[in-house]
Design a protein around this ligand. Structure first.
Ligand code: KIV
Length: 271
C-alpha cells in the first residue's frame, strides 16, 4: 500500500486568497475524511476539500455532529492534508471548540492549522460569532463561516432538515461574517432566492448546500453524493453514483467465491 501523495498536479495549488477571489467562478467543494477519498477528489480537480464535522454522522454513525472532538478533527484533517496536493483543505472547528471565547477559538484554530497543515478552518455562525471570526482573521488564521442551517445548533433550530427562512437574519449573519473577515461562507438549507440575494450583496464567495443554483460554489457531503449513505434523501441532494450497491454486490461476490472455493484460485496464488 502506497502512502505517497497522488501525482499529476495540473494547476497551482488552491490558496485562501485565490479561493476568496473566485467569486462567481462556480467553486467546487466536497467533504473528505480519509486518505483514499481525499486523494481521489484532489485528482478529480475539486477546488477545496472540507474535513467536515459531518464525520460524526458519516464516519462515526452518531445522530448529530455535536459529539465530535477537536482531537478527532485534527486526526482526520492531518490524514486528508497528506493526500492532497492541489485543493484547499478546510477543517471544521467542532462543537464547543470556539463558542466559549475568541481566545479559545484562536488557540484551537491554531492547533488545527499547526498540527494538520490545512489551509483554513470553518466555524458555524454569523452575527453571534463575529468577534470570534475577527479574532481568527486578525491572528492570520483563515476562517470560512457557515450560516443558515447550522448542525451544531440543531437543538436550538429544531431539526437538521429545517429550511431557514428569516431573510433579514440570514443577511445580517452573512454580512457580519464578511465584515469580521471570513474569506468565504457556507449557506446551508436556505431558500434559493435568499441565497441569491446574499450572494449578490457579499463580496466573498458563497458556497451553497441546499441553497439553490445562484451561490458562487457548491459543497456536498461526499458519502451522500457518491451514494454510500442510505436513507437520507433531502430535496437538495443529487446522488452521482450508487457506491453502496457497488460495495454490497462486490462483498456478496467475495463471500460467494470464498464459500464455493473459487477464490483464491491459481491466478491469485504463489507457486
Ligand atoms: O460538516 C460538514 O460536512 C459541513 C458541510 C455540510 C458544509 O459543514
Amino acid at each position: 500500500m502506497s502512502e505517497s501523495k497522488p501525482s499529476s498536479p495540473k494547476t497551482s495549488p488552491m490558496t485562501v486568497p485565490r479561493f476568496a477571489a473566485s467569486k462567481g467562478k462556480r467553486l467546487t467543494v466536497l467533504t473528505a475524511y480519509d486518505f483514499v477519498f481525499a486523494g481521489l477528489f484532489d485528482r478529480a480537480g475539486v477546488d477545496a476539500i472540507l474535513v467536515g464535522d459531518s464525520l460524526g454522522m458519516v464516519i462515526q454513525g452518531k445522530s448529530t455532529t455535536m459529539p465530535v472532538t477537536l482531537d478527532q478533527m485534527i486526526y482526520h484533517g492531518e490524514i486528508v492534508v497528506r493526500a492532497v496536493s492541489q485543493a484547499l483543505v478546510i477543517i471544521d472547528m467542532p462543537f464547543m471548540s470556539y463558542q466559549v471565547s475568541p481566545i479559545q477559538a484562536v488557540e484551537n484554530a491554531g492547533r488545527i492549522l499547526k498540527e494538520t497543515g490545512a489551509g483554513a478552518v470553518k466555524l458555524e455562525g454569523g452575527i453571534h460569532q463575529a468577534k470570534t471570526i475577527r479574532a481568527l482573521a486578525e491572528a492570520d488564521l483563515p476562517v470560512m463561516a457557515h450560516v443558515g442551517m447550522r448542525p451544531q445548533s440543531v437543538r436550538k433550530l429544531g431539526g437538521m432538515s429545517r429550511v431557514q427562512r428569516d431573510e433579514a437574519a440570514l443577511l445580517a449573519d452573512a454580512k457580519a461574517a464578511e465584515d469580521a473577515g471570513a474569506f468565504a461562507i457556507v449557506l446551508e438549507l436556505i431558500p434559493q432566492g435568499i441565497a441569491a440575494r446574499i450572494t449578490k450583496e457579499l463580496s466573498i464567495p458563497t458556497i451553497g448546500i441546499g441553497a439553490g443554483p445562484d451561490c458562487d460554489g457548491q459543497v456536498l457531503v461526499s458519502y451522500d453524493m457518491l451514494g454510500l449513505t442510505q436513507g437520507f434523501q433531502p430535496k437538495f441532494l443529487k446522488r452521482y453514483a450508487d457506491l453502496n450497491r457497488v460495495a454490497l454486490d462486490a462483498t456478496a461476490a467475495y463471500i460467494r467465491d470464498v464459500r464455493e472455493g473459487t477464490f483464491p484460485d491459481e491466478a491469485h496464488s504463489h507457486s
